[in-house]
Ligand binder design. Structure first.
Ligand code: NAP
Ligand code: FE
Length: 370
């Protein structure tokens, strides 16, 4: 008998298209005071900050801007901004940028509503007060944070990145205007698109995958592989960026239900310890992760290759190597240290074939060994 699994929950309202944020004028339905969270440049360069200000003015909503979010935001930055948002008496938080400002906005929404929460207790499951509502304005094509209940934060006291998963962190509204991603330099466009590609593929191999998430993953893989081949062939235009933005949101809808697998937790170590951008860090491990999954699920790997219009994992590996400089090499000591960190994470058990310590070590050796 067919085992039908369509279980799914994703409450974020998506508003999309050119000018969708600029022309919005009913933010007062969410609240009268908006705390805007963005990075040093992304909000301004993308035009999204100007659009947000126009929309808030048209809605009769007052605002305060915090533009100090660093890449891979830390709990310290979010706590500092949370205190400012609390003092401002914010009624909602708007994250403008890539995954870093949007994830920061989610953490700030928790700290602002819970000003006495100790900084590291943000990773506990319950809070005295519900986080403030979150609005996301996406300017990259990767994380899918605009439709996930996750916030990934850098925790310097632990020497790594750690995630919060809480249904109250699904943004209330997400704005997807491809014009906001047109200012992305090609290397960030490619790296973030590969993050989305990784979400679709890891979600497809997740133990939590359902018919619903697989449908989103399949569509995302088709668009992203075609788009990445086009970028390699020479440049990109509005239509391609729009496809990437659509696909990254689809892939975000996948991981909102499936979470990510070992590729992500292994990538976090390259990002935290060596500063490798998030999507690029995933690219190092993706081909060998798929090869490992082929040992137990060859048919599923065949499907992935079919959606990507490829005939072998080598073809995927070669595309990733052409698109990004994948030249990081780790010493034996680093591999051992990172493997011990990664094996403690839930990601390694999330794939249909769970990974043990030897498999994590081997994946590091094959992907970034000297
Ligand atoms: P990002 O860290 O938000 O941004 C990368 C760089 O791109 C920054 O320097 C940023 O500038 C710049 N930038 C962003 N948009 C731009 C634009 N339109 N034009 C020009 N420059 C632009 O990158 P990301 O890959 O989107 O996010 C990565 C973070 O998301 C990581 O912390 C990762 O762990 C997390 N993540 C979250 C989820 C989730 O579900 N929540 C899933 C996967 C990954 P600024 O410095 O000015 O911002
Ligand atoms: Fe990611």
């Amino acid at each position: 008998m067919k085992d039908m699994n369509l279980n799914y929950f994703n409450p974020t309202r998506i508003i999309s298209g050119t000018g969708c944020l600029r022309n919005y004028n009913t933010f007062s339905d969410i609240g009268k005071r908006c705390f805007i969270v963005t990075g040093k440049n992304s909000g301004k360069k993308s035009g999204a900050l100007d659009d947000a200000i126009q929309a808030l003015n048209n809605s009769g909503v007052s605002y305060m801007i915090f533009d100090e979010v660093e890449n891979n935001p830390s709990t310290e930055t979010c706590k500092k901004a949370g205190n400012l948002a609390h003092e401002f008496n914010a009624s909602f938080i708007m994250g403008i940028g890539g995954g870093s400002p949007i994830d920061a906005a989610k953490a700030i929404a928790i700290y602002a509503a819970n000003p006495v929460l100790p900084i590291d207790d943000i990773f506990n499951a319950t809070y005295a007060n519900r986080p403030l509502p979150i609005v996301a304005v996406n300017t990259t094509v990767g994380t899918g944070s605009e439709v996930t209940p996750f916030s990934i934060l850098t925790v310097h006291s632990l020497g790594t990145k750690k995630g919060i998963a809480n249904d109250n962190l699904f943004p209330k509204i997400s704005f997807l205007d491809p014009m906001h991603a047109m200012s992305l330099p090609q290397d960030i466009l490619v790296s973030t698109a590969i993050d989305a590609f990784s979400h679709a593929i890891e979600g497809y191999f997740s133990r939590k995958a359902t018919l619903m998430t697989n449908t989103y993953a399949e569509a995302a893989m088709r668009l992203l592989s075609k788009g990445l081949m086009t970028v390699y062939g020479g440049g990109y235009d509005y239509d391609l960026v729009a496809d990437f933005m659509y696909a990254s949101t689809l892939a975000g809808k996948v991981i909102s239900a499936t979470s990510t697998c070992a590729v992500h937790s292994m990538g976090y170590s390259l990002t935290y310890h060596l500063g490798v951008p998030h999507g690029t860090a995933n690219a190092y491990f993706l081909p060998n992760f798929i090869r490992l999954m082929a040992e137990s699920s060859p048919m599923r790997v065949m499907s992935v290759l079919k959606f990507c219009n490829m005939t072998s994992v080598d073809q995927l590996s070669s595309l990733l190597n052409k698109l990004l400089p994948l030249d990081v090499k780790l010493s034996c000591e680093q591999i051992e240290q990172f493997s011990q960190e990664v094996i403690k994470t839930a990601h390694v058990k999330n794939s249909i074939r769970p990974l043990g310590i030897d498999e994590v070590r081997n994946l590091y050796k094959k992907s970034v060994g000297q």
